[in-house]
Design a protein around this ligand. Structure first.
Ligand code: FEO
Length: 128
């Protein structure tokens, strides 16, 4: 069973970003699936790397869009992106250095963060 499922209510009415959010959910589910199957840490590390990289790509794309639209909430939204990216990269560094392992708590944190961010923050730049 996937950790997180896309809901129509998550739409931000920008197809590019809905597709990116779906991909982020898919990567999170892949990580969860690999973890529950007890996959080796190199497999987990590879998916984690993809999740972190894609998150950065997604944040940059949203920031570019908000800036181009002259969106008033740009600065606070960008600050929120930087906070999350910092948290996830700090975790990834600890994971690579073998100082921490993936846990259900971390995945729940990512799931809750993603849901909350899409619904409460991303939706505010929605054109609809
Ligand atoms: Fe979809 Fe602001 O991240």
């Amino acid at each position: 069973m996937p950790l997180m499922t896309w809901q129509d209510s998550y739409t931000v009415h920008v197809s590019e970003f809905d597709a990116q959010h779906k991909h982020l959910i898919d990567l999170l589910n892949q990580l969860h699936n690999a973890m529950t199957k007890g996959q080796a840490s190199d497999v987990l590390g590879k998916i984690l790397h993809e999740l972190v990289s894609y998150t950065k790509i997604h944040f940059q794309a949203e920031e570019h869009y908000m800036k181009a639209k002259g969106y008033a909430g740009y600065a606070s939204h960008k600050a929120e992106h930087e906070k999350l990216a910092g948290q996830v990269m700090a975790f990834q560094k600890e994971f690579i250095e073998g100082r921490t392992s993936l846990s259900a708590q971390l995945l729940t944190f990512l799931k809750d963060w993603l849901t909350k961010h899409i619904v409460q923050v991303d939706k505010q730049y929605s054109p609809n």
